[in-house]
Design a protein. Structure first.
Lengths: 310, 362, 357
């Protein structure tokens, strides 16, 4: 056993990369769930973002355009879900599952011409001065733009939910759609926007996989990342900063597991891989057993269909 | 503005017409997709929907296969529908299915190679049901005791079950005579434990029989029994339910337990029959697809039966279309996604009326 | 197996119908475990399928079903193929073994070929496999020369004999040219997970690896190696596209000659069941063009090793060899048996890592 060979700075750096896709998808889903919509189609939106971003980046030679395309692709798919659940009032859970199925199929069709293609590389953005700090520099300040963007997004969502009127409306809609409707808020419109934001973030997270973390396109390449993002939102108890911590924890367990193996440390891989989910359940039990705090977090109308004339 | 107005009672006409309309719309949209891929759309649609049932060449084989494919979907979906009616959201049937299969397989492997079908097979059935039930009890008890959200706990437990399955397939259940490859020894090939076709050429195995029994049982329970009334009441009017003497905690345990039990049974029958053994990718998504089946069937036992058969048909027809037309598997997946979108999206027609009015918007 | 009884009736009826026209194209079916777009295992089989089509032109008709789960789905797909009048069916994944045998029992006139399996219960089923460890011996040799940190990173899938003897083969030949070499192994418990493969590559690089090997399907590690400025070996197909500088060579899975031979045998009526394990000699395993970064002398010695293995003059598992714990496997000059290779569940002496449970 040789733990000393694991360099914490590098571990932290690869952990940040590993965490970024699930963090992006997670923060989108957080907003969606805060508005009262449980969208189980994250995996489908992510992989559609992954392939669209990849295709556009390859066609234009510009990764930035790829990321933008992924945002729109994720959003488009999310709006299919939005229309079916919000306008046509179908069940969220079933529609979300159908969205995942559809997204996996669609992405493979779009991606047929892109298997075995090398994408243009996304430039790393070494923050001047900060990147030269001995340990922290390598860990924190030598990443590409999307990593920083994902953290900024967490901050923005936090501020949006906490300080803005729009954020308040969003939470009100998620908490009790009938009351929000009585107060004159447009429940369906708010939810559609939240769903679209969720899709945009999932698409971006998917493109981060295909353009930076892996970087290549292959069918089914998200390999369950969307489902992890769903668990992450719960782990975070619908709080943006906790989602950041959770993403680093979830990503960290994967990266740490691999690093421990590489350092010849024998570990029970399967049982370790279960641990994030078991921890999440524990967190969930703790927050829900406390009545006053639970009410502040889990959106009251989650997964309930809203119809104005009910 | 177009406005939706809730009907006092669901329209019978639309209830019957929407699935037909949805399938027709899917045929059109799917036909466009297939044509865009350079395949003959009419032939593709015919192969997916018609050939498995009526083609002289393969229907005699694919019709029974339809039961094999749909059986577990129906069995799981019937169990789920109780909870869904009562607003209890167990979406972790996949995990319960896996745990049922593992429990059933564990019994079979423990007795191997002893021959005593009268003992082993019934024990496996019990173990399968118990395995699924126990796995469902985790979210149920947490929900009843701590009000923990059962959607999320049951979903999270799917991931845990999948990891556990991998650990078992590679570890304790690995076939000692299997050349070191992952996966257990054959359970369907072990006479005392196998779940064979009961009448040759029909596709009927114990799992399909169980699915049919579950449909009938659910129908009776839902329409002729107090529990069915309580379930519907809790879903529609929780407060009234309380006055009617419904104890929500008890109903949660009951509904989740029933769903877990049936999902566990489905897993056990699958591992002892069509799948034949524990392998790493044993959990092939039946538990999630069954959720869609439950909703497509509008949570009604007969509806679930039909929805399960329809979805099974697209799987089997989809394979045929790959085989004969060279359609990619992805096109079939996207096609199934579209079918579900249309079915779910049009369902509102049976519960709502479209009204045109100018003044206010919903 | 009562439930398959009726099928034999169907098979019989079909057999009569199928035998009618000799000038009908020979129908060949392929069952794939993954998507043809996986750029790995399934892609190599599909490439071979296309070569079969090209070779025979109108004389054959091929079809395939992709992403088939083992168990009931695989059995149904193969039965449908048989019912449709396929003459030869390739089941291209280990997990299809029991299913292929079940279907073979019902359709005695249809020939089955099962890849990488061991179960052969019927006269109309053949087994075929490739000696990938021969390729791994050569890349181990090259890696031993190329590493400067004396650390080689190995991304492994499942701890099964094929993967384990692959690691051993690479290690034995790396150590032969570089006694200080050390292998670091990460088990992913997956054949295909691009993001974890990329993370594993990064973790190995962090542990000082400057040459990567993989027994997983995606080309993600090649991309990572390219970006990190180190070397790597491709898996299954030539992956140099993803890392022109990093990609030293790849072990190629060449199925086409075998498939063409077997289709021809079916056409000629000379098909016989067999159980083959082919390597360099028969051309089932090959190396892609070597990177220019490999020095001339290493190139020459690597090719020499390849020739020695191909000619049968040398076996990669020639004694003396000991297990990790020191117990002997084979003595001086002896060669390991195929049966022992196919059941290998231990590392050879010198590997410091431990096998997972």
């Amino acid at each position: 056993m040789d733990l000393s060979s694991i360099n914490p700075a590098v571990l932290a750096a690869s952990l940040m990369v590993a965490a970024t896709p699930i963090m992006l998808a997670g923060i989108g889903e957080l907003i969606s769930e805060k508005s009262g919509v449980l969208n189980l189609g994250v995996e489908g939106m992510m992989i559609t973002g992954a392939v669209s971003g990849f295709a556009v980046a390859v066609m234009t030679g510009n990764p930035a355009l790829g990321f933008i395309a992924a945002v729109f692709a994720g959003m488009a798919l999310a709006l299919v879900f939005g229309v079916i659940t919000q306008v046509l009032l179908a069940n969220h859970v079933a529609t979300g599952l159908a969205l995942t199925l559809f997204g996996l199929g669609l992405s493979a069709l779009i991606g047929q011409g892109y298997v075995g293609v090398n994408p243009p590389r996304t430039a790393k953005l070494e923050i001047p001065l900060l990147a030269d700090i001995p340990v922290l520099g390598r860990a924190l300040f030598g990443h590409d733009l999307i990593v920083y963007l994902s953290i900024l997004l967490i901050a923005a969502v936090w501020a949006f939910l906490k300080f803005t009127r729009a954020g308040l409306i969003l939470r009100a809609v998620g908490e009790n759609h009938d009351a929000a409707h009585a107060l004159g808020y447009r429940v369906v419109r708010v939810r559609l926007m939240a769903i679209a934001f969720g899709g945009a973030c999932a698409g971006l997270g998917g493109a981060y996989l295909s353009l930076v973390r892996v970087p290549q396109w292959t069918e089914g390449m998200t390999a369950g990342a969307g489902w992890i993002a769903l668990a992450l939102v719960v782990f975070a108890a619908w709080r943006p900063w906790r989602l950041l911590v959770g993403a680093y924890l979830f990503g960290g367990i994967v990266v740490l597991q691999l690093n421990l193996q590489a350092a010849d440390v024998r570990i029970p891989v399967h049982y370790l891989a279960m641990s994030p989910y078991l921890i999440t359940i524990l967190v969930l039990v703790i927050i829900s057993s406390d009545r006053s705090r639970a009410a502040l977090n889990a959106p009251g109308s989650l997964n309930r269909t809203f119809h104005a004339a009910q | 503005m177009i406005r939706l107005e809730k009907r006092p009672t669901p329209s019978r006409w639309w209830t019957a017409a929407t699935p037909v309309l949805a399938v027709l719309l899917t045929m059109v949209a799917g036909g466009i997709l297939f044509a865009a891929l350079g395949k003959d759309p009419v032939a593709a649609i015919r192969i997916i929907f018609w050939d498995p049932l009526f083609s002289a060449q393969y229907a005699s084989y694919s019709r029974p296969q339809l039961l094999v494919k749909s059986g577990p979907l129906i069995l799981i979906a019937v169990g789920l529908s109780f909870g869904f009616r009562a607003n209890i959201w167990n979406i972790g049937a996949e995990g319960q299915y896996i745990m049922g299969a593992l429990a059933g397989a564990a019994v079979a492997l423990a007795f191997h190679p002893m021959e005593a079908r009268w003992l082993i097979f019934p024990l496996m059935v019990m173990a399968g049901a118990l395995g699924g039930w126990a796995w469902a009890m985790i979210p149920a008890i947490l929900k009843a005791r701590f009000r923990t959200n059962e959607i999320l706990v049951s979903l999270l437990l799917v991931y845990v079950a999948e990891r556990f399955l991998a650990a078992m397939a590679l570890g304790r259940m690995r076939n000692p005579d299997g050349g070191g490859f992952p996966g257990s020894r054959s359970i369907s090939g072990y006479p005392s434990a196998s779940n064979p076709e009961l009448i040759a050429g029909t596709g009927m195995h114990w799992g399909v029989v169980a699915a049919f029994i579950a449909v009938i049982f659910a129908y009776v329970l839902l329409h002729r029994h107090m529990m069915g009334f309580h379930v519907r009441l809790l879903g529609q009017a929780p407060r009234a339910a309380r006055f009617a003497g419904v104890v929500p905690g008890r109903l949660i345990i009951l509904c989740m337990g029933l769903a877990g039990l049936l999902a566990g049974l489905a897993g056990m029958f699958e591992v002892a029959g069509p799948a034949g053994r524990i392998s790493i990718d044993f959990g092939s998504g039946y538990g999630f697809t069954a959720i869609i089946v439950a909703f497509l069937g509008r949570l009604h036992p007969i509806g679930i039966l039909l929805a399960g058969l329809l979805l099974g048909l697209t799987y089997i027809g989809g394979e045929l279309a790959q085989l004969t037309l060279g359609l990619p598997a992805a096109a079939i997946q996207a096609f199934q996604g579209m079918l579900l979108f249309f079915l779910l999206g049009l369902d509102f027609l049976s519960n709502y009326r479209i009204r045109l009015n100018r003044a206010e918007a919903a | 197996m009562k439930r398959r009884a009726l099928l034999s009736g169907a098979a019989l009826a079909l057999g009569l119908a199928g035998a009618a026209h000799a000038d009908d194209p020979t129908k060949v079916g392929f069952v794939y475990v993954g998507p043809v777009g996986d750029y790995g295992w399934t892609a190599t089989h599909d490439a071979a399928r296309l070569e079969v089509e090209e070779h025979f032109g109108d004389a054959v008709e091929t079809s395939y079903v992709e992403s088939v789960a083992e168990g009931a789905d695989a059995e149904r797909v193969m039965t449908q193929m048989a019912l449709q009048g396929h003459d030869l069916i390739f089941a291209t994944s280990f997990g299809f073994g029991p299913d292929a045998n079940n279907v073979a029992a019902q359709f005695p006139d249809v020939k089955f070929e099962h890849a990488t399996g061991y179960q052969q219960d019927h006269e109309n089923l053949s087994l075929y496999n490739a000696r990938f460890y021969e390729g791994r011996a050569v890349i181990g040799h090259i890696a031993g020369h190329m590493t400067e940190t004396n650390t080689i990173g190995y991304i492994a899938s499942y701890p099964i004999p094929e993967v384990i003897h692959g690691i051993n083969s690479a290690y034995i030949h790396a150590r032969e040219v570089n006694p200080d070499v050390r292998f670091r192994v990460i088990w992913l418990f997956s054949w295909f997970d691009p993001s974890q493969e990329a993370d594993a590559a990064n973790a190995l690089i962090e542990q000082g690896a400057d040459v990567l090997m993989q027994h997983t399907d995606s080309s993600a590690p090649i991309s990572i190696a390219q970006d990190a400025g180190i070397y790597a070996f491709g898996q299954a197909s030539d992956m140099s596209e993803f890392g022109p500088d990093a990609h030293l060579t790849a072990i190629l899975d060449i199925w086409a000659p075998y498939y063409i031979e077997r289709v021809q045998a079916v056409m000629d009526g000379t098909w016989e069941p067999q159980d083959i394990w082919h390597g360099f000699a028969e051309g089932m395993v090959e190396l892609s063009p070597l990177n220019d970064a490999i020095p001339e002398d290493v190139r020459a010695s690597a090719m020499e090793l390849r020739e020695a293995i191909a000619s049968g003059e040398y076996h990669p598992f020639t004694g003396p060899l000991n297990r990790q714990d020191g117990t002997p496997i084979v003595g001086e000059g002896e060669v390991i048996s195929d049966a022992d290779l196919l059941a290998m569940d231990y590392y050879v002496e010198g590997i410091t890592a431990e096998l997972p449970d």
